[in-house]
Design a protein around this ligand. Structure first.
Ligand code: HEM
Length: 347
C-alpha cells in the first residue's frame, strides 16, 4: 500500500502558516522548560532521598503541584498550534496509538493526585508510602513523556502506519531507531534543567547545599546530553541528518546556534552562576526546539509542505487573539505585582 494514500487532506488555514509555526515553537519551548523543572527536580529529589538526603525531596515536593499545572497549561497551547498546521499527521498517529495515547490522561491524573497527596499529607503519611507515591508519580510522568515522543515520531513516518493494516490496533513506534535517542535526549535534558531548578531554589532559600547539588546535576547531565545529541543526529534518516550538516543552510545554522548557546551555557555552569545559566538555558531550549521543528519539516518534506495548504486570509480572529494575549499578559503581570507586594507586607 502506498503510505501517501493514508495521509488525510490538509484543511485550509485562516492566516499564513508561519504564524502558527512560530507560536508552536515558542509555546513548546515554554512547555519543555516547565516539564524539565518538574520531572528533573522530582527525579533528582528521589535519587537524593535514596542516598539518605531527604531534605531536597521534601522542598521540591512542595513545588511540584503548581509546576505540573503550569506544564499542562503550557502543553495545551502547542497542542492546538500543532493540530492547526500538522493535524493531518498528528491526529492519525494519535488514533494509531489508541489506548496507549488515551491512557496519558489517566496516568497524568494519577501523578497529579500523587504529588498533591505528597504535599498536603506529608506529615500524616508513613515514610514508605510517601516514597512509593512519589516514585510512582515520577514514573507516570516518564510514561507521559514517552507517549509524546512516540506520537511526535510516529506522525512523521506514514510508512510506519502499516501495522494498523496488519491487524494491530494501538501500537507504538518501536521500529523507529530515532525514537530512543530522542526520548533519552528529552529525559537527560530534564535532569539538567531540573538540576538548575534545584540550584535556583537553593539560591532563593539561601541553601548552599541545594545550589551545589543542583549545579552538580546540571553540569553532568548537560555533558551527557551532548553525547546523546550526537547519537540522536546519527539515528535520523540520512537525508535529514545530512540536511543538518550543510545540506540545508537554515537548518544547519539553527543547529550551530543551538550548539554555540549550549557551549556558553556549560561554561556558565562551570562558573557556578545559576542565574546566568538560567538565561542561557532558556535560549538553548528555544533554539533546540527550533532544531526539533526542522527535524519535523525535513521528515515530512517528501509527503507534505506547508506551502501546499490553502490560506483563506481571514486575519480578524488572529488580531483578536493577539489583543487577548497582550491584555491577558498585562493582567497577569499586574496580578503578580500585587501578589509580591502583599507578600512583602506579610514578611
Ligand atoms: C506533565 C507531563 C508531561 C510530560 C512529562 C511531557 C513531556 C513531553 C516531551 C518529552 C515532549 C517531547 C516529545 C518529543 O518530541 O520526542 C513533549 C511534547 C509535547 N507536549 Fe508534553 N508532556 C507532558 C504533558 C503535556 C500535556 C498535558 C500536553 C497537552 C495538553 C502536552 C503537550 C505537548 C505537545 C503538543 C508536544 C509536542 C509539541 C511539538 O511537537 O511541537 N504535554 N512533552
Amino acid at each position: 500500500m502506498n503510505p501517501a494514500s493514508l495521509i488525510p487532506m490538509a484543511e485550509a488555514i485562516p492566516i499564513h502558516w508561519a504564524w502558527f509555526d512560530v507560536l508552536l515553537i515558542t509555546t513548546f519551548a515554554a512547555h519543555v522548560l516547565f516539564m524539565n523543572a518538574l520531572l528533573g527536580s522530582a527525579a533528582i529529589g528521589l535519587v537524593q532521598a535514596a542516598r539518605g538526603q531527604a531534605g531536597l525531596i521534601r522542598e521540591v515536593g512542595m513545588k511540584l503541584p503548581p509546576l505540573l499545572a503550569l506544564t499542562i497549561n503550557l502543553g495545551v497551547a502547542p497542542l492546538l498550534f500543532l493540530q492547526v498546521n500538522y493535524g493531518n499527521f498528528d491526529y492519525v498517529s494519535s488514533v494509531l496509538m489508541g489506548g496507549w495515547w488515551l491512557a496519558v490522561i489517566f496516568v497524568l491524573l494519577y501523578s497529579y493526585y500523587g504529588f498533591y497527596l505528597y504535599k498536603f499529607k506529608y506529615e500524616t503519611m508513613g515514610k514508605g508510602l510517601r516514597l512509593v507515591l512519589f516514585g510512582s508519580s515520577v514514573l507516570g510522568l516518564v510514561y507521559v513523556g514517552f507517549m509524546f515522543s512516540n506520537n511526535m515520531t510516529l506522525m512523521l513516518r506514514p510508512e510506519g502506519w502499516q501495522p494498523y493494516f496488519d491487524g494491530y490496533g494501538g501500537f507504538l513506534n518501536w521500529r523507529d531507531p530515532a525514537l530512543y535517542p530522542r526520548f533519552l535526549h528529552m529525559m537527560v535534558g530534564a535532569l539538567a534543567v531540573g538540576g538548575l531548578f534545584v540550584a535556583l531554589l537553593g539560591k532563593h532559600m539561601k541553601n548552599d547545599g541545594f545550589v551545589e547539588t543542583g549545579m552538580w546535576w546540571f553540569i553532568r547531565a548537560t555533558m551527557v546530553n551532548l553525547a546523546v545529541g550526537v547519537w540522536f543526529l546519527m539515528a535520523l534518516p540520512d537525508k535529514v541528518m545530512l540536511a543538518f550538516m550543510g545540506g540545508n543552510l537554515p537548518a544547519t545554522l539553527t543547529l550551530v546556534a543551538g550548539l554555540a548557546s549550549a557551549g556558553v551555557l556549560l561554561y556558565a555552569g562551570f562558573r557556578m552562576e545559576p542565574m546566568r545559566v538560567a538565561g542561557w538555558a532558556a535560549l538553548t531550549v528555544f533554539l533546540m526546539a527550533f532544531v526539533r521543528h526542522w527535524v519535523r519539516v525535513l521528515y515530512l518534506d517528501p509527503w507534505f509542505t506547508m506551502d501546499s495548504v490553502p490560506v483563506t486570509n481571514q486575519y480578524g480572529s488572529f488580531y483578536l487573539f493577539l489583543g487577548f494575549v497582550a491584555g491577558g499578559g498585562a493582567l497577569i503581570a499586574y496580578m503578580l505585582k500585587l501578589y509580591y507586594k502583599s507578600r512583602q507586607g506579610r514578611a
